[in-house]
Design a protein around this ligand. Structure first.
Ligand code: PLP
Length: 399
């Protein structure tokens, strides 16, 4: 009998870091997780009621149109026009997917051949790199500046004959940076000039603080033919488990996108789509008080972490619900993350998952917990880093 060949394309793909850290957290009860990028609130009541009602409708239990059920498509079309300046139907298509991650996978499959390259500014969202690797493509990492803002020179010089797309995530996971409108316009224009797609992940569009504003890349003049914009209900509506995301893309990708959708998903879960339509009826005001609350938590987080100077720095983070802490010194981030859990009962995500391999970085997520718990967690983080890094023992060579 022949043994099964165990090698697969997945060997080249990084392991889901949230699960790796989650396993460690489970070993240490009482750990406060500043790890996973989720919000602490659930969906609007109206969405839950709509889902309950939908259970009695036969159509809920059947396959539906792959692009999305009509009522949700209509609600999203209105939202995209009003809030994002995107005209669905005029050369731009819309598809509802089971979350924004799936939209990204579909897009990568739709626009590449094996061996093609996609440019990701570092730090990147790990599932983007994972999707690119899985598709048999190559991630080309380009640096950002000291404030995690885009560096157009680095992006421009990374373009080769195999480049298919440039990805921007703003507001950013993991840095919390909100990219300047000017830099996003430049990326979009560069893509147009070089025949590339601009994939704009805008799932944190509602999560900006102070004077920072979200920029909708699909609204730029001339963007229509090469811009792909990805959105999600997971954060804005506390919808993570319902799995609803959506993506707008140029008309010419419709056939390729439908092939991916039909094979991978057929259609997004219908009951979730019904709930999503009801959530969109409530609209952006649902997230507004939550964003205000997050702004207060963010102030606490920044204030506490600033006290770590000069041991560590936190560059400005005006969006999402993350900060990317830079710890000064030659220290192994994974080893420190493990000790923070085991010895100080607080979890953060180490930088290498986001491509930050040069230096010691940790993503701190503050969206999932109530203010008091975050404050306690940050206290543990500050004390833990002082104790561990202050020791100066965990050098890179010691792991
Ligand atoms: C930048 C970014 N894109 C996409 C996603 C995934 O969203 P969804 O739950 O809709 O798949 C996340 C989730 O953390 C994210 O941070």
């Amino acid at each position: 009998m022949q043994s099964v060949k165990l090698q697969s394309r997945m060997e080249a793909v990084q392991s889901p870091i949230v699960q790796v850290i989650g396993d460690l957290i489970r070993q240490v009860p009482g750990t406060i997780s500043l790890g996973q990028g989720v919000v602490h609130y659930g969906p609007p009541r109206e969405a839950i009621e709509a889902a309950r009602h939908a259970l009695g409708d036969a159509a809920t239990h059947e396959y539906q149109d792959g692009t999305g059920i009509p009522i949700l498509v209509e609600r999203l079309t209105g939202k995209l026009k009003r809030e994002n300046g995107i005209d669905v139907g005029r050369g731009t298509r819309l598809m509802v997917t089971a979350g924004a991650n799936m939209a990204f996978v579909h897009v990568v499959l739709a626009i590449t051949e094996i061996g093609d390259e996609i440019i990701l500014p570092v730090p990147f969202y790990f599932n983007h790199e994972m999707a690119i690797d899985m598709a048999g493509c190559r991630t080309v990492r380009v640096p950002t500046d000291a404030h995690y803002q885009l560096r157009l020179d680095a992006i421009r010089s990374a373009i080769t004959a195999r480049t298919r797309a440039i990805v921007t995530v703003s507001p950013n996971n993991p840095s919390g940076a909100v990219f300047s409108e000017a830099s996003l316009r430049e990326v979009n224009a560069l893509c147009s000039e070089r025949g590339l797609y601009h994939i704009a992940d805008e799932v944190y569009e509602y999560f900006t603080y102070g004077s920072a504003r979200h920029t909708s890349c699909g609204s730029f003049a001339g963007a229509q033919g090469h811009t792909i914009a990805i959105y999600s209900l997971s954060k804005a509506y506390g919808f993570a488990g319902w799995r609803i995301g959506y993506v707008t893309y140029p008309e010419h990708l419709q056939s390729a996108m439908m092939k991916a959708q039909d094979t991978i998903l057929v259609c997004a879960p219908v009951v979730s789509q019904v709930a999503a339509a009801a959530a969109l009826d409530v609209g952006r005001p649902y997230s507004t008080p939550h964003v205000h609350e997050l702004a207060e938590i963010r102030d606490v987080v920044l204030h506490e972490l600033e006290s770590l100077a000069p041991l560590a720095e936190v560059p400005a983070a005006d969006g999402a619900f993350y900060v990317l802490l830079k710890v000064n010194g030659e220290i192994d981030a994974m080893a420190v993350a493990e000790r923070l859990i085991r010895e100080h009962k607080v979890a953060v995500i180490p930088g290498p998952a986001f491509g930050m391999t040069d230096g010691c970085y940790f993503r701190v997520a503050y969206g999932a917990l109530q203010k008091a718990t975050v404050t306690e967690g940050i206290g543990r983080l500050v004390a833990g880093l002082r104790a561990i890094v202050g020791e100066g023992q965990l050098t890179k060579s010691s792991n």
